[in-house]
Design a binder for this molecule. Structure first.
Ligand code: 8OZ
Length: 364
């Protein structure tokens, strides 16, 4: 029987165990959106994870929607991330980067030259983002023209290349949690006509073209994707048929041969089976359509994770908040040891407190 502590291959990426550190926004990048020494320490402390998926990281300056999140589009950012990946590898870990564009979840004060956020639509959600002035309503977006999309695809391709140049073992394209690619996927947001709007095949086109470009650049064996069919984060209503939409996406991703899918089950950070999702998403049916590895996420505890991996339904489990407060989460799960309490007020922004000062077991 397979356990959480057994090795796993996700495409070309060899994991020592099936415990994945989920991507976690921590807002501690230095000026220039560059990861600094504290970020090196934070990830190195967590290198016993089978795989670290480093936090959501902008593919371009236009992809930013929160204060002090890192990027992967400048030479300084690549050099900063190189220090992270070298240290994690020296500690025996594996680390990939999550490639992010927030789309309409942004504010003019965060964007180059005070530009408007860009999206599939010009409709503004009733959502907030975190800026120099604290939480503010997001700015009205501008709908991207179709002739701008090749440039956007190229931003993801270049970001994937930069991630590999920075020493990452692979990349995860962020197509979840209300950000740009979900703004194209869902008919609740995407109000376009033409090749990228209307039928689900059209709404999925941008994601699939980005995935193909990333695969061509860095290889399918180093490429994954994160999806969240049931999440309504940032005033992003469900698609009218999330099961059909995601079935199509997974059929195409399977044909592309990518290494893994990372599925957020239920409402991100919330209920695993929200009553508002009718009919409920059939995650097992989605999993059955995809030939590569499958990472499940959202509110798993130790027993659920062990049972899910033992059943063979999924290959690995991603933990988010437990990895913030427990750098040695793998050991604590193995030994069934207690967890440190999370200091939720220190999750976003600040320095070492609540970032690199959570003790490992046995530490003073
Ligand atoms: C929390 C705060 C800001 C961003 C996500 C990247 O939900 C995020 C995020 C989470 O995927």
């Amino acid at each position: 029987m397979t356990t959480l502590f057994d090795p796993l291959k996700l495409g070309d990426i060899a994991l020592n165990n099936r415990i994945v550190m989920a991507p976690l926004t921590r807002n501690r990048a230095l000026p220039g959106q560059v990861p600094g020494p504290l970020t090196v320490e934070y990830y190195t402390q967590r290198a016993s994870a089978g795989l670290i998926i480093a936090e959501a990281t902008q593919v371009s300056a236009m992809g930013q929607g929160y204060l002090d999140t890192p990027g992967i589009h400048s030479a300084e950012q690549v050099a900063g991330w190189r220090k992270v990946t070298d240290a994690v590898h020296a500690a025996g870990g594996r680390i990939i980067l999550q490639l992010w564009h927030v789309g309409r979840i942004s504010h003019t004060s965060l964007l180059p030259g005070g530009a408007s956020p860009v999206s599939s639509t010009s409709r503004r959600p009733n959502a907030q983002c975190f800026t120099r002035d604290g939480f503010v309503d997001v700015s009205a977006p501008r709908a991207l023209r179709d002739d701008e999309l090749p440039g956007l695809i190229d931003d993801y391709r270049r970001a994937a290349r930069n991630a590999i140049d920075a020493g990452f073992d692979g990349v995860e394209v962020h197509s979840a949690n209300s950000y740009l690619l979900e703004q194209f996927l869902r008919d609740s947001v995407n109000d376009r006509s033409g090749p990228y709007g209307g039928p689900l095949e059209n709404r999925a086109r941008l994601l699939l073209e980005i995935m193909a470009a990333v695969v061509a650049e860095v290889g399918a064996g180093r490429t994954g994707v994160r999806l969240s069919p049931a999440t309504t984060f940032c005033d992003t209503p469900l698609d009218s048929n999330p099961q059909a939409l995601h079935s199509h996406v997974l059929d195409r991703l399977s044909a592309l041969g990518i290494a893994f899918v990372h599925m957020i089950e239920g409402e991100t950070g919330g209920e695993r089976a929200p009553a508002s999702v009718k009919p409920p998403i059939d995650y097992a049916a989605l999993r059955a359509r995809f030939n590569g590895g499958w990472i499940a996420n959202n509110g798993y505890d130790r027993q659920m994770a062990m049972d899910a991996v033992a059943s063979g339904g999924i290959d690995a489990v991603a933990f988010g908040r437990p990895f913030i407060s427990n750098p040695d989460l793998v050991r604590r799960l193995r030994d069934n040891a207690p967890h440190n309490d999370l200091r939720a007020d220190l999750m976003y922004g600040g320095g070492a407190a609540g970032y690199t000062d959570y003790p490992a077991l046995g530490a003073a």
